[in-house]
Design a protein around this ligand. Structure first.
Ligand SMILES: N[C@H](CCC[C@H](N)C(=O)O)C(=O)O
Length: 269
């Protein structure tokens, strides 16, 4: 997979995936032969000096699971759980022939079960159970594998998500550890969501743990219980969150949507 040339350059095979417009560089690292450092990952994710992506993932072997997902944000640092990245790496594992239509894999927030729908490009990823949702003013704050801030707004299409999101992410409460900031508008039969992501430090076209945080917060806000299906529209497409809520804990949470390979190539480092 990795060729070490005489001139110390390396060629690493990579694949690019996107899930609802959240895009990732994926590398098969089962032989543990890549040596990417923070600066290199940041450069590769740069949209002008590199390939361009919201994050980079390594697929690695694990003794107890089908594979392990190692996720880096576009800033080159290892991130917390990435829902759309999780769906994309499942599609990648299928492409590599590691799994068929179901998998149990390990990510930074623990084990995840996922299944690939018969159509082929739809991946349903189980997320961690959630039992705590806090309030910050009118906003909801919760951890769905990554930390999220969820605020309802009017006229979301017109909102300056970069400016407003950056301001919240860097306020006194969140500055030290950062937070992903989701703005939502209730459209009646679905939620419209736009997200400013920490680690990318910009608005992305979709955020899986973010739309999950939105769906859970809104179910609690609306006093819903039982099995809930929550369709969400994001800048890069549509996602669906399915879960059970007994008024205390959210369980059987599934993030569902497309995960597509868009191209492959070789990294020159
Ligand atoms: N795009 C991701 C979230 C990445 C998490 C990252 N921004 C962090 O907080 O470390 C998702 O689909 O869930």
């Amino acid at each position: 997979m990795l060729n070490q040339g005489n001139d110390n350059s390396m060629d690493i095979q990579f694949y690019k995936y996107q899930g609802a417009g959240n895009d990732f560089i994926l590398i098969d690292n089962r032989k543990k032969n890549n040596q990417l450092n923070t600066k290199e990952i940041e450069n590769l994710c740069d949209r002008r000096f590199g390939i361009g992506a919201d994050g980079l993932m390594l697929l690695q072997n694990h003794p107890d699971y089908d594979f392990e997902m190692i996720y880096f944000n576009a800033d080159g640092k290892e991130g917390s759980m990435c829902g759309n990245g999780g769906r994309c790496i499942v599609a990648f594992a299928k492409f590599l022939g590691i799994i068929d239509t179901q998998t149990d894999f390990l990510a930074v927030d623990g084990p995840h079960y996922a299944k690939i729908a018969p159509a082929g490009d739809q991946v349903e990823l189980q997320m961690i159970d959630v039992s705590s949702i806090e309030k910050d003013g009118n906003a909801f704050v919760l951890n769905t594998g990554s930390p999220h801030y969820v605020e309802q707004v009017n006229n979301l299409q017109q909102l300056d998500v970069y400016l407003e999101g950056k301001t919240i992410r860097n306020n006194e409460t969140y500055k030290a550890h950062g937070i992903n900031v989701n703005f939502i508008e209730d459209m009646g039969d679905h939620f419209f969501v736009r997200t400013f992501e920490r680690g990318v430090e910009d608005e992305t076209y979709a955020c899986g743990t973010g739309v999950t945080a939105v769906a859970l917060s809104m179910a609690k806000y609306k006093g819903q219980q039982g099995h809930i299906s929550s369709p969400v529209k994001v800048l890069g497409g549509n996602l669906q969150i399915e879960f059970d809520y007994d008024g205390k804990t959210f369980t059987n949470i599934f993030l569902c949507g497309p995960a597509l390979q868009v191209f492959e190539g070789k990294l020159r480092l």
